[in-house]
Design a protein around this ligand. Sequence first.
Ligand code: OGA
Ligand code: NI
Length: 343
Amino acid sequence: MASVKALVQSQDLKSLPSDYAHFKDSQKSIVAGPEVSLPVIDFSLLSSTNPDERAKVIEDLGKACEEWGFFMVVNHGIPENLINSLFNVCNEFFDMPEEEKLKFETTNPLYPVMVRSGSTIHDKSNQTVLFWRDYLRFFVHPEFYYPDKPQDFRDLISEYSQRTRDLAWKLLQGISQSLGMEEDYIQKAMDLDHSTQIFAANYYPPCPQPELAIGIPPHTDHGLLTFLLQNGVGGLEIQHEGQWFHVNALPNSIFVNTADQLEVLSNGKYKSVWHRAVVNNEKTRITLVVPNGPSPDTIVTPAAPLLREAPAAYGPMKYMEYVNVQRVTRLHEKPLLDRLKLH
Ligand code: OGA
Ligand code: NI
């Protein structure tokens, strides 16, 4: 299927092609939420030798997970030029001729390298609607895959994957402690030495009628923590206390959100946050997304130390099975996470 980028370039689009109309009735069109500021976590304090400073950041981290499920990490130590180069190489990828990109096209979610355009969803009347985005995704850990073009991908991704994995592990140590558990509890229980890490790039071209389209509909992510960078163009919205809010990034920050397996592990204390991507009619938006999960074979259950306080609220499921089932779950069906709830 042709990319959204090619569709936009091939014709002078004045209105949204009907396949992409998520909101048929302009009365019900998408309304961007008001902007909200997110909690900010200073990553450097997690390695502080001052115990008070460290205790404070762990408390902040716990609060951010519990109250928001979404925060911005600053002072993360990932060089700005690495991030810029990554955006450039992803842009180059989406700029390649269609036939080069289509080599990777597949609908199998477990295929290691995958490109997709206009992923589909089914609306309430079971009609197919396409997302306004092009998409590249591949597994980078425990096995490292990468597209063979552009050439720079391999080294850049390898470095970014390593650095974000370190970041995820350190944050999860702090999160373990914020739940009153040993620092390495999550690391061991989720087998993070073999953690599942995915690299995804979302490419949202300018859209002629953004209020009728959707980049990614409301969803929660699988995994423990997702990292997201954007190319300076907004579009990410999160649900907070029942309302949609637009979020914007501080310079040099990384968005982090809590995901489904962290909700299960924390026995419901840290809820997986609902979010969506809206589109605009002016600028191309690119986001680089790294979901960090347990090892593929980990059977995820609520953490044992937390069950002294409350009974398990979620049933067990192997992580890769979860990923597989979640991908084929339709938008109008009960989310998989809800189906694991025991009461
Ligand atoms: C995702 C996601 C949001 C965005 O890829 O899971 O939620 O703003 N992306 O691109
Ligand atoms: Ni997401």
